[in-house]
Design a protein around this ligand. Structure first.
Ligand code: R5P
Length: 280
């Protein structure tokens, strides 16, 4: 049997503990101290014994600081193990994976180089641009318990069609995808779809992540105009920056359900089993 040791960064302590339990592996905590000048000092509490070392750290805001913490932990533990895996349940910069406007730097490529240079042999992330580990099954399990009337799954954009299809299949219902346009300069979102038939149905808007909430707000406003019943939101990563949760509620969303790839009020679905199984 493969032997793992799970080391947590400070952004993912709870999830790391859960993953360690599922893997029946030792768990090591790290400490983070931030100095008045903004620099941080990371200390590892214990030296990992001979094993594959799995460092768990999501890189949600403060993204760069959480990323540097991850790199620091990896650079330390690789001295004690020839195999260091980085589990980054929510991976910041994943959306910056191509040059959308001339001159833009593809930062996820830089992140990849940094991880490799620090000593990471394998990266595991959830949902964002990764088909390997998906949280859709566990999210659907949660929604099966809700009493919904004629549920319909909705993707807020065409890019999320496959995800919505999978979600709908598991929920044993149908799905639609809206046409969304995002202005690459201002970040403003608009829904370009015409009429959709959602009347009197409960809707589940499925997305990989919510950042500012712009996509969900616009989609909900559009769907409400089409006389749907309730709107639920299922997403893997609920960043909900600034007042996103408030804006989404105001638009008419009944409930946001997300996973614990990052902590928060809506993080009701645990992905530790999915991650542990993918590591094994
Ligand atoms: C992008 O296409 C993603 O799937 C999400 O829809 C998007 O990143 C959400 O961002 P925001 O909440 O800022 O609209």
């Amino acid at each position: 049997m493969v032997k793992f040791t799970v080391v947590s960064g400070n952004a993912s302590t709870d999830l790391a503990k859960r993953i360690a339990r599922k893997l029946k592996s030792p768990y090591i905590k790290t400490e983070k101290k931030v100095f008045p000048d903004g620099e941080s000092k990371i200390t590892i509490n214990q030296i990992p014994k001979k094993s594959i070392v799995v460092v768990v750290q999501s890189t949600y805001p403060p993204v760069d600081s959480n990323l540097l913490e991850l790199l620091s932990i990896v650079s330390k533990v690789q001295k004690f193990s020839s195999k260091v895996y980085a589990v980054i349940p929510y991976m910041g910069y994943a959306r910056q994976d191509r040059e959308f406007l001339g001159g833009e730097i593809v930062t996820i490529g830089v992140v990849g180089k940094l991880l490799k240079a620090a000593g990471v042999k394998k990266v595991l992330t959830v949902d964002i641009h990764s088909k390997i580990v998906s949280a859709m099954d566990v999210l659907v399990k949660h929604f099966k318990k809700l009493k919904m009337k004629e549920p319909l799954v909705v993707s807020p954009d065409m890019g999320g069609q496959e995800r919505a299809k999978k979600f709908a299949n598991l929920l044993k219902t149908d799905f639609i995808a809206l046409k969304k346009h995002r202005d690459r300069k201002t970040g403003k979102v608009n829904i370009l779809s015409d009429r959709v038939n959602v009347k009197n149905r409960d809707l589940v808007l499925v997305d990989d992540m919510i950042s500012t909430g712009g996509s969900i707000v616009k989609a909900t406003q559009f769907l409400k105009k089409q006389k749907c019943r309730r709107v639920f939101v299922a997403c893997t990563h609920a960043l909900l920056v600034n007042d996103a949760a408030k804006k989404i509620k105001k638009a008419g969303v009944s409930q946001i359900v997300s996973t614990n790839t990052l902590p928060g009020e809506s993080a009701k679905v645990d992905v530790s089993r999915v991650i542990a199984d993918a590591l094994k």
